[in-house]
Design a protein around this ligand. Sequence first.
Ligand code: 3HC
Length: 325
Amino acid sequence: MYAQMVTSEATQDDPEKLAAFQARIDAGEKIEPKEWMPEGYRKTLIRQIGQHAHSEIVGQLPEGNWITRAPTLERKAILLAKVQDEAGHGLYLYCAAETLGVSRDELTEALLAGKMKYSSIFNYPTLTWADIGAVGWLVDGAAIMNQVPLQRTSFGPYSRAMIRICKEESFHQRQGFDIMRKMATGTDAQRHMAQDALNRFWYPSLMMFGPSDKDSVHSAQSMRWKIKMNTNDELRQKFVDQTVPQAEYLGLTVPDPDLRWNAEKGGYDFTEPDWSEFFEVLKGNGPCNAERLAARQKAWDDGAWVRGGLMAHAAKQAAAPVAAE
Ligand code: 3HC
């Protein structure tokens, strides 16, 4: 079912309908679920929103790992709230994908079968408490950079989901920066942990924006359809420009000896991530891919009795005679 919906190539859409659809997009109109849309548009949205939803859910794992080890009660309460927010983001996004005619079960099964992806970043481990700071500051910071423009994306349910998600992601980014600030102004050992976390999370965070524009297979069409509002490289550059002064404020060093302000372009020149590492992580060969998918598989298997019970209840309700007023 999922394969039929998502991997079939675009159907021969009527050129007149296609032109009228593109005119609506160009005029900044929102496309709503029951309206006509090209098959390729629907397919691209299911892929992107589904992948985004999976990222929110899988993204709970590296942080959930630290809930029991947060250094204070306050930090623990904040981290709990953040991880719960991520679960909520996943649910909004699965709901948005469902309006396109794919079920949450199909999306999860596709993830577990290796037919869908989640963000590369969550295949890296969180080894120290400072990593929780780096994840909030850099990973949520990169997520916001990508998602704020998506509030203006052309598909109504996706753009509306993004509005709330972005508000919450801003809190996540601030809490991460606050952890980093505390560590960076603490003892030598804490400063060292903060620098080490930045060293390990810098390039994986840059990879979150996707491959460089020349290797991005979907960007051109997705931007024509306003499913994406910017190219991968545009957002990566904005992220570097925003984050380097924050690192300087913290007294930390971005692990890139070639990082330089380029006055002519009004942005930093920086070293690209190691793209061979990125593509290896996408193929399933990152440090935590197997662990993350095993955790999702276990949650799916453990929840089978709940899904079964709900389906049985729904079937019983549907079969019951309608009660008289
Ligand atoms: N991780 C995993 N896969 C990635 C990736 C990444 N960081 N970046 C790109 N890819 C994949 C693409 O999915 C595509 O593979 P596919 O054809 O098999 O799906 C391939 O690499 C080529 O990349 P493209 O640039 O052509 O792909 P897109 O046009 O889809 O652009 C994107 C990639 C910029 C990530 C885009 O999909 C996007 O903006 N997605 C919405 C945002 C999102 O998913 N964010 C997840 C971040 S985590 C998060 O929000 C959780 C928060 O709590 C931190």
